[in-house]
Structure formats: structure tokens, C-alpha cells
Write a protein that binds this ligand. Sequence first.
Ligand code: IPM
Ligand code: MG
Length: 407
Amino acid sequence: MVNDAAIKKAQEYFGELLKRQLERVERIKASKGSTDFSKLDRIIIGVCGGDGIGPYICNSARIVMESLLADRIKSGNIEVRTIDGLTIERRAEVMKAIPDDTLEELKKCHLILKGPTTTPKKGEAWPNIESANVAMRKELDLFANVRPVSVPELGINWTFFRENTEGSYALGSDGIDVTDDLAMDFCVATTQGTERIIRAGFEHAKKTGLNYVSIITKANVVKTTDGKFLTIAEKVAEDYPEVKWDDWFIDIMTAKLIDPYRRSDFKVMVLPNLYGDILTDEAAQIQGGVGTAGSANLGMKYSMFEAIHGSAPRMVDEGRAQYADPSSMIKAVALMLNHMDEAEKGKKLEMALDICCQFEKKKVMTGRSGGATGDEFAQYVMDTVARPDIGAVWQRYIDAAVAANKK
Ligand code: IPM
Ligand code: MG
């Protein structure tokens, strides 16, 4: 029997969702002008540790960041602020993904360094509130999730441009149980939201000279939203005649990333939110694990830098949090430096991470008491950054990697 009352209620609810999404489109249309960091008298960097291992690895990364920016912090040109309240305890207390006062503080910052936060799921001890990551990306309109993955030994140099505010995530906490038997979630693609992420990918391909973009969808099945992604890609590509591009379906791309004969061909990959979430974990695993990958969440006004992994509460429960690997958060610092006006320092920090994690490995993180602590590792990275021969050592690493790849 068809439940007319349930359908009517669902229709009204759906109407509200549509209204909110159309309002969001208007906000995207109105947003313009990105921040020119070199013109700011004072840059405010907010640091929020998150929960689980978050505060530990975030603090190790903060030490690295503060040492690299020491002069500008001393002169008052950069202020580093601690932002509290992004813990699961506090979020559960106020039943919000981000407490209002925390959000207000975040909005006063130009750049945010954020540790992992716990994302509860149905049935867990914590209330099933929205993920703090997802909420922050939406609240601050951080539409581009840029995730670089590089494995010189395998000739891999990938940059993923994951759409960060739409797709299956836009209404991820707003699905509806129409009746006891029927549950529905929603997938959202707007013209404006799709165009800006695709443009960001093409711009990156052009600026870096990589000149190759792969668009990844499942447009053969998810015909409307993914179909829109592909149609807009075709249009945007016309503005970049020098950039070669192609399109792939997410399933076969998942296979191609582990195809030794093809994977090093790919350079810039642009994809909707959920596919980006999944594919970047796979890519990070090829690089050495999700603990090695950082990500930049970029918007017009704000930007946030974080690890790509979760808060590993088990490590805290087992008393091992100080042994958690801060590489992902230090990588996030490098991405922040690249994004602001400190690209030279960002590059040096990336070289130091390569040397410490892949080449010299004088301090090794095992996640347990036999390995280095996060702070010891951070010190090792800083000592490496300070080495006058860092460029030459890094080149030796790359040469050895290229030679190994040829074998
Ligand atoms: C990521 C994470 C988040 C996501 C989780 C923690 C909500 O997996 O940043 O990739 O799904 O985006
Ligand atoms: Mg993920």
C-alpha cells in the first residue's frame, strides 16, 4: 500500500533541501577574489588539534611550522592562534559538528592547520553528528581538496582535485527515511560548484606544465550529476587548448592506479567528492599509507590544511598517541607554506620529508614504543630542513629512485 502521508512529508522535506541548495548556488556566484597573502599586514593561522591522535600530531607539525616561520611570527606579521573546541566531547555536548564559538574563531583566521577529528557513525557511543571536516569544508566553502601523492621510485606524481562541498557529501547528513522500508540519500552537483573545481584542476595542469588532466566519474550510470561533471569538463577544457585531457570511470581508474604499466602516465585527476575520498586513500596507500598524505582544502577566502586520515582513537586508548606519525600533518604544513607566500620553504620541507621518510630514515615511526615519538621525528625533519646540503641530498634520493624505477 502506498503511504501518501509519508510521500507528502518527504516532498516537503525535499523542497526545503532544494531551497537551501539553491541559496548556496547564489552564495557561490557572489564569492569572488582570493586572498593575496603578500598584501596582508598580519596573517592569522589558526591551529586546532582535533581529537584522538589529532592534538599530538598537530602539535608536532605546529612546532615545525613555527620554526620555519619564526622571523615573521616574531615581527608580528604572522600570528599563530590555538582554536579550541573541535573535540568530539565538546561537539557531542553542543550536538553540533562545529560549536558556534569555535566556528566564529575559525572565521577570524586566514589559514587553518587542523588535526584529525572523530567522525561518529550510526550506532557508536557518540551521537551521530556530522563530520567536523565535512562541516568545515561547507561552512568555509573550501571547495577544492587538493591531495598530492608522489612516489619517485615508481615514476608517480599525482595531484588529485577532489570536489569538496557537493556530490554525496552535500546532504550526507540530510538523507531521509521516507518510511521504515525506504531510505534515500541525495547527490548534488551545481554548475558553479562543478565548474570551479574543474577549472582549478586545469589551471594547476597549465601552471605546472604537466598539461594533462583526467576527469573521473561514473557518468555512464550516475547520469545526471556525474553527467553534468563531464559535460562541464568538456566546456572548461576548451579554454585550455594546451592541456590534454581524458575521462575515466571511477571503477577502472581504481584498477589503473595499481597498473604498473599505466599509472605513472596520470598527472592531475579531478573528481567528485566521494570518488575523491576513496581514490585518494588508495593513492596514499601506494605512497606508503594514509599517514604519509596531507591535503589542502582551498576556498576563495579561507583555506584549511590537514591529514587525510582519521583520529585513530585506538592509539590513544592503548597509550601510544605520542608514537603516532606526524608526517601527514607536516606535509599539510608544507602545503600551507606553498599556498601562502612561502613556497620556497614549502618545497624545502617537502624535500626534508622525502629524505627523512624515504631515503635516510634515521628516525623511524612504528606507531609503538620501539619507534620514534612524533616530536622526535619533527625534530629530525627540522634538523634536515636546516642542512645546507639538503638540495644535493634530495637530488641523490631522486636519482636513486629514478635508477631503481628503470631496473
Ligand atoms: C577525508 C576523510 C573525511 C572524508 C572523513 C573523516 C569525514 O575521510 O578527509 O578524506 O570523508 O572526507
Ligand atoms: Mg577519506
